[in-house]
Design a binder for this molecule. Structure first.
Ligand SMILES: C[C@H](O)[C@H](O)[C@H]1CNC2=NC(N)=NC(=O)C2=N1
Length: 101
């Protein structure tokens, strides 16, 4: 069973995740990504989906045109865990080569 991160652990982790922030009312962390167009946004989502499936840890996300809003929480633990931090880092690595808006 993966353990919830403490408030201090969450804040420390977010120090190394620029662009990500706590979504307190959802016991989650989140970040919005804006891409050049829908094709880039969906290409990003496709790669994240494969990484999420490999990690067996899946985002709660929303896509409108070239924007992808990503929310991460660990449902099995009821809040933010190391799995969310790891997936956020993987998502940032996937986003890096894409062209921004
Ligand atoms: C059975 C399966 O391993 C679990 O339901 C996984 C699937 N993906 C998951 N994703 C997220 N974000 N949190 C979970 O607790 C979780 N659990």
């Amino acid at each position: 069973m993966v353990e919830l991160l403490s408030a201090t652990e969450r804040q420390d982790a977010l120090q190394n995740l620029p662009g990500w922030s706590e979504i307190s009312d959802r016991a989650a962390i989140g970040r919005s990504f804006v891409f050049k167009d829908f094709s880039e946004a969906f290409g990003f989502m496709t790669r994240v989906a494969l990484a999420a499936e490999k990690a067996d840890h899946h985002p709660d996300w929303r896509n409108v045109y070239k924007t992808v809003d990503v929310v991460l929480t660990t449902h099995d633990a009821g809040g933010v865990t190391a799995r969310d931090i790891a997936l956020a880092k993987a998502i940032d690595a996937i986003a890096r080569p894409f062209r921004a808006a």
